[in-house]
Design a binder for this molecule. Structure first.
Ligand SMILES: N[C@@H](CCC[C@H](N)C(=O)O)C(=O)O
Length: 291
C-alpha cells in the first residue's frame, strides 16, 4: 500500500502534512478550496500540481486558498476582506478567476465565514462584489472588459491557417477567436499565438461560435491549466469581443454563453461587467501533502 495511505490511517508519516479541503466547481471548472485564514500555509507550485493531479491528487483545474487579506503581503487594500489566492493547475498564480470567485463566495457562506448575500472578495485584480442570488447562482461584478483590434494570430493544432484573435483584458489576459465549428478544434495541445511578446505572461485562449444575436458558445484553453470545461473571465472576454464584432454599442447588453460545462450569463455595461452562474460544493475531506 502507498505510504501516504498508511499515514492516513495511522498518522505515522512524519514528513506529510494533512490539511482540510473542499472540492467545488462552477460550470465544471473545478477547484480544491483550502482554508488558511491566517496565511500560514506555504503551497509550492509542486504542491498545487499534486493537489490538482487527476490521478495522484484530488484533481482540479485550480486551487483556491481562503486567506484574510491582512495576511497577504502584496494586498494594498485598506479593508480586511477574504482574499481568493487563485492558483492554476500548474501552480502559477492568476489575477482573477470568474468561476472560482463564485465557488469561493459559496464556500464562505456555507462555512459561516461571511453572511451574504453581498460579499466583497479580494483578488489580485482588486475587490469583486459578489451576490448570492439564493438559487445556487452567484452574480459577480467583474470590472470592465477591454477589447482590442484583431491583431493576434492563434494557431491551434491541426488548423492550416492561424485564426485572427482580439486581445481582451478582464484583469487577466485573453485572446478571443471566432470559428464556425467548435467541435473540430483540437485543444489537446497548447495552441500557439503571435506575436508572442503581446502576452509575455501567457494568455487564455477562447474559441467562440456565434449562435444568435446575444448567444454564443465557447471552448477555452487556459493559461496554466489547459483545456477546461469553462472559464468565467473567458466568457466575459468572449461576450465583449462578440459585441464588438457585431457592432453592438448599446449598453447594457447581455449574452448567454454556453460552455462544455454549462451556461453562464454575461452583462456588459459601460464600465462594468457582471458574470452570473452556478457554484457548487461537492465534497469535503482531508488531504495529505507529501513532504
Ligand atoms: N478559470 C478561470 C480563470 C483562471 C485563471 C486563468 N487560467 C489565468 O491564468 O489567467 C475563470 O473562471 O475565470
Amino acid at each position: 500500500m502507498d505510504d501516504r495511505r498508511v499515514g492516513w490511517h495511522t498518522g505515522a508519516v512524519a514528513s506529510s502534512r494533512s490539511i482540510g479541503f473542499a472540492k467545488g466547481h462552477g460550470t465544471e471548472n473545478d477547484f480544491v478550496i483550502i482554508a488558511d485564514p491566517e496565511g500560514e500555509l506555504k503551497l509550492s507550485d509542486d504542491d498545487v500540481a499534486f493537489i490538482c493531479d487527476r490521478r495522484a491528487g484530488i484533481g482540479a483545474d485550480g486551487v483556491l486558498r481562503v486567506v484574510r487579506s491582512q495576511y497577504v503581503p502584496d494586498w494594498g487594500g485598506d479593508q480586511d476582506l477574504w482574499f481568493m489566492d487563485y492558483r492554476n493547475h500548474d501552480g502559477s498564480t492568476a489575477e482573477m478567476c470568474g468561476n472560482g470567485v463564485r465557488v469561493f463566495a459559496r464556500y464562505l457562506i456555507e462555512n459561516g465565514l461571511a453572511d451574504g448575500p453581498m460579499i466583497n472578495i479580494a483578488t489580485r485584480d482588486g475587490v469583486k462584489p459578489t451576490e448570492a442570488l439564493g438559487d445556487g447562482r452567484y452574480r459577480v461584478a467583474m470590472g470592465p472588459v477591454i477589447v482590442d483590434q484583431p491583431e493576434v494570430a492563434v494557431q491551434p493544432a491541426g488548423l492550416e491557417m492561424p485564426l485572427p484573435a482580439r486581445a481582451a483584458d478582464v484583469g487577466n489576459p485573453h485572446a478571443v477567436s471566432f470559428v464556425d465549428d467548435l467541435e473540430k478544434l483540437d485543444l489537446r495541445t497548447a495552441p500557439t499565438w503571435s506575436p508572442v511578446l503581446r502576452f509575455p505572461d501567457g494568455v487564455n485562449l477562447e474559441f467562440v461560435r456565434r449562435i444568435g444575436p446575444r448567444h454564443i458558445a465557447m471552448r477555452v484553453f487556459e493559461r496554466g491549466s489547459g483545456e477546461t470545461r469553462s472559464c468565467g473571465t473567458g466568457t466575459c472576454a468572449a461576450a465583449a469581443a462578440a459585441a464588438v464584432e457585431a457592432g453592438q454599442t448599446e449598453r447594457p447588453v447581455s449574452y448567454r454563453v454556453d460552455v462544455p460545462g454549462g451556461t453562464v450569463e454575461v452583462e456588459l455595461h459601460d464600465h462594468q461587467s457582471y458574470l452570473t452562474g452556478p457554484a457548487v460544493i461537492i465534497a469535503t475531506g482531508e488531504l495529505i501533502l507529501p513532504g
